[in-house]
Design a protein around this ligand. Sequence first.
Ligand SMILES: CC(C)c1onc(-c2c(Cl)cccc2Cl)c1COc1ccc(-c2ccc3[nH]c(C(=O)O)cc3c2)cc1
Length: 232
Amino acid sequence: EKVEITKEQWALIKAILDAYNRHQIPQDVTKKLLQEQYSAEENFLLLTEVATSQVQVLVEFTKNIPGFLSLDREDQIALLKGSAVEAMFLRSAQVLSKKMPRGYTEVLEERIRKSGMSEEFMTPMFNFYKNIGELHMTQEEQALLTTITILTPDRPYVKSHEAVERLQEIMLDVLRKLCVLQHPQEPQYFARLLGRLTELRTLHHYHVEMLTSWKTNDHKFTPLLCEIWDVQ
Ligand SMILES: CC(C)c1onc(-c2c(Cl)cccc2Cl)c1COc1ccc(-c2ccc3[nH]c(C(=O)O)cc3c2)cc1
């Protein structure tokens, strides 16, 4: 049927895309990924620094999601803690699938592969990166999919499930319409995007074990990561 995006929905897309583009990791942090040292220790430290910076960026982005700040304060925290890993898988996937200048993508992939994480997590992780790359998502789709991931109602400790669900449904409806308009030749495109959300849940479970395996090898995380991931 004829898909119609309303004026309000276009305003919502613009607000979310502006917030998504406005909040980026500072250049001096991402530039460090290009420095010379490649030991597992050095890679882990660099990834920890980038992840910490990414969490700070994520918090700022989330505050700009229309309606988020009207949610219960404790639910806002529960949503951020519950979605941080998934939002970071999405963000790093988008960065890895872009052909960045100066082999930035290869450098990041190399550091992730050689950061002391067990082999068993590599396959599903890089499979996800490949799947995201094949979707060739537009900026709007990336920003909306990240927003939908953050507004997942069934995270631990969320009290007002319905309020979060209502907000997520608004975003899902906008993304559905956008997919029909931007990928007219691919009627299943929206369903494929949602399939990535399921894959993110699985990666989230793997990530809990990744943290434990890093911890046992006495890897240190920053206070912000410890707080958001309930480690230490
Ligand atoms: C604490 C560290 C070791 C960690 O634990 N799990 C993960 C971990 C891993 Cl590997 C994989 C996936 C998710 C996590 Cl959450 C990580 C590292 O997490 C990140 C790695 C890279 C990026 C990243 C890299 C480059 C970037 N460029 C930009 C940009 O805006 O230009 C953003 C950006 C983000 C973000 C998180």
